[in-house]
Design a binder for this molecule. Sequence first.
Ligand SMILES: Cc1ncc(COP(=O)(O)O)c(C=O)c1O
Length: 396
Amino acid sequence: MSDVMRRPYAERLQEIQPFKVMKLLARANQLQAEGHQVVHMEVGEPDFPTPQPIVEAGIAALQGGKTKYTPAQGTPALREAISRHYEIEYGVQVDPGRIFITAGGSGALLLASALLLNPGEGLLMSDPGYPCNRHFLKAFCGEGQLVPVTAADDYQLTAQLVSDHWLPSSRGVLLASPANPTGAIIDPLALAAIAKLVQQRRGHLLVDEIYHGLTYDDSRPSTVLATDPEAFVLNSFSKYFGMTGWRLGWLIVPDSAVNDIEKLAQNLFICPSSIAQEAALAAFSAPAREIMEQQREAFLARRNFLVPALRELGFGVPVMPQGAFYVYATLPPGFTDSESFCDTLLERYHLAVTPGTDFGFHLANQHVRFSYAQRLDVLAEGVDRLRRALPELARQ
Ligand SMILES: Cc1ncc(COP(=O)(O)O)c(C=O)c1O
């Protein structure tokens, strides 16, 4: 270690917390490497491999020399394929010129954060919510302006909540539907009312639709673009399309933002991965869609197993999650500290579950998030470990 005293790093780092689930995953993997059989119910990643047609298209891209820079905005072929997807899936026309291919939904969030906020300004977002969002804003000296949401509002923002929490520094609203960690889908009328209010306040509406496709029962939400053609849409090939490690997503922006986002994308990334873009062209093919639909059915069966099992153990799941692959549950009566609950579960029972404190502050210590992106027999083992752990955890 050198003894030179260097300047401290940027102050904004003080307010950017680690993404706890990644830390938890690292510890779970360490336990696994030591020979323990860890049950993973922490990760937000489909357990299925990337569908074979996509993998084959990726291999063909590599062998065909598709390994060079592409346009910063993404290849015209993929942007056109995404535009067609909106037409077929939602009956909505999206000019491919408004679509930007990004490094996952995370790249899309980064571009949108860089575009929208001056220092000290912020976006309203739900608490609980996807934790990286507010840290993206922080990286640009902005704020995630957290709004507590409850099961009574289906864990989503409402126009009333937006109106009550809007600050002079608010520049818009960022919501996710289906949401992480709750799996909640926003009611179309509530979304329309929020869109109208945000427009009246001359703000911007951003909707994270990265769990679209992974919805159950009769829920098939439309894109926000059907309600508000000027909204920003964040999406990803990570979840429904099973391409987490390929790092590919997209951002749809209003015409007025195209030039600025292009400028940012050129400077920050040069372009998204050429190989992943070629592979993703196959994601919209009929054979790939068939595989993804089978996976969706499997997720549905897993949700239908896990929610009643958790309720039976005393966890509270007030609303049946309608999308994604998470259950956000209150701890059984008597438990008040989700972090120590999850620590003990992992260390003594080798069951990895994410504490509510990863997703915000509102009643966070009374909640945990279970991911059901796991086979049914693995989930059954997880439930079994929970059943054995609860009496010991209650005595702590
Ligand atoms: C709501 C939400 N948005 C965005 C992301 C970012 O995912 P990716 O960058 O892999 O697309 C995630 C990942 O879990 C998420 O849950």
